[in-house]
Design a binder for this molecule. Structure first.
Ligand code: LLP
Length: 405
């Protein structure tokens, strides 16, 4: 565990709950670790900011030298405001409107285009541009069905077999393809999938097809353990194989290209905690329910993907184990962070920590039932600071009223 339980309890006391806490040192370390695993001189890590777009966290990663994967004009705007130069940002949206494309092009950020129809529209308007092309690597993998982003069921990327069609559009509009991209899925279960997707895209990346390539981008999806007994991927071995494959490819391409990856979860998931307080206990015919002061709009992964998040009882770690449903405060039966989970005895007032809350938790949050999102605290270089405060109920209500005519 990256942050001490004692510190988390102190923060819960100081800032109140619910509260997101992020270990900034771990985040920066994870970013740097990738350079130790994948030893390619021209490696660029584009943090997938959709995983956690906290502004202070972005500024911290910018200082560490990271690049970014962005998916909407507002993400690009936020990235620029956090100080990321435009040449360290790549834009990989899908089903883009013309207005969105215009906005991103205006910022000078590189477009990664993943459908023939979008490519045609882009070429017509911005002929002569430099672009990246996203292919569907035709490898199906991911933590859950909804997290597999390749194969026939996926809306993403140009099919490998449509390469000639893509080339024809590129030629028609005098576009320069400087990069090829693929993203297989999130939480890839098999390292073999990473290699297979790489190979499928590298097979297209010949000098005859794309003579102007500067980089290949192999997306994100690096898995981290969520369950206590889950094994950690051997990233040293995986990185060595990635480097070997890429070196072999560059040799056949005729020169060394840059290699990009776009991890989100790997960098931030394990560095985050959602701290909640249990305020109501119930014995439902021996099903014990621990009701707490947060709910699925603040951490939706268990409800949305059936994802497992480890729960710790911070304030009674040595209590006798009992089995609980850990429920939220939302008016829906399915509002559970954990189901039938053995935990040290929970008392009203106990503070629980929900682990791996750094990726796709606050970022996927909302205010359903009208409770403001919790504050976020970032701990970095020995200092804790509020990275985003919680709105008051009055501010939340005013923001709603303010939006009406
Ligand atoms: N690159 C592209 C083009 C992506 O679509 C994604 C994630 C990533 C990189 C980063 O993937 P990561 O390394 O974080 O696995 N909300 C889901 C995850 C959705 C991921 C969508 N795309 C979850 O909570 O598991």
């Amino acid at each position: 565990m990256s942050l001490e339980k004692k510190l988390l309890l102190e923060l819960a006391g100081k800032y109140g709950t619910p509260l997101f806490v992020y270990d900034g040192d771990m985040i920066v370390q994870r970013y740097k670790d990738l350079y130790n695993y994948i030893k390619w001189p021209q490696l660029k890590i584009h943090y997938a900011m959709k995983a956690n777009y906290n502004f202070n966290l972005l500024k911290m990663l910018n200082e560490a030298g990271a690049s970014l994967d962005t998916v909407s004009p507002a993400e690009v705007l936020l990235a620029l405001k956090a100080g990321f130069p435009k040449d360290r940002i790549i834009y990989t949206a899908n089903n883009m409107t013309a207005a969105e494309v215009d906005e991103v092009v205006k910022h000078g950020v590189l477009m990664n285009i993943g459908s023939l129809s979008e490519l045609e529209r882009f070429g017509k308007k911005y002929s002569g541009s430099r672009i990246c092309l996203r292919f569907n690597p035709d490898v199906v993998d991911g933590e859950a069905a909804g997290l597999m982003t390749a194969g026939d069921l996926s809306k993403f990327g140009i099919l490998l077999k449509d390469i000639e069609k893509a080339k024809a559009i590129v030629q028609k509009y005098n576009l320069t393809v400087i990069g090829l991209h693929e993203h297989t899925g999130s939480g890839l279960q098999h390292t073999e999938s990473v290699f297979k997707s790489m190979k499928n895209v590298m097979a297209l990346a010949t000098p005859a097809n794309f003579p102007d390539l500067e980089f290949l981008d192999f997306g994100g999806g690096f898995k981290v353990p969520y369950k206590p007994d889950e094994t950690r991927v051997d990233y040293v071995a995986m990185g060595a194989e990635i480097t070997r494959l890429f070196a072999e490819f560059c040799k056949s391409y005729g020169r060394d290209l840059k290699m990009y990856f776009e991890p989100g979860k790997f960098i931030v998931a394990e560095a985050g905690y959602l701290l909640v307080e249990v305020n109501t206990l119930k014995d439902n015919n021996s099903r014990l329910i621990a009701g707490c002061n947060s709910g699925f709009p603040q951490l939706i992964r268990p409800v949305f993907y059936g994802a497992y998040h480890e729960v710790l009882n911070l304030s009674n770690p040595d209590g006798a184990p009992k089995v609980y449903d850990v429920c939220g405060n939302i008016c829906e039966t399915g509002d559970r962070f954990a189901e039938q989970r053995e935990l040290p005895k929970i008392r009203e007032g106990d503070i629980l920590a929900i682990r791996n809350a750094g990726a796709y938790c606050y970022a996927m949050g909302g205010v359903y039932n009208l409770r403001p999102m919790p504050a976020e605290v970032l701990i970095y270089k020995g200092q804790a600071k509020t990275a985003r405060r919680k709105l008051s109920n009055a501010e939340l209500v005013n923001s709603i009223i303010g939006e009406s005519e």
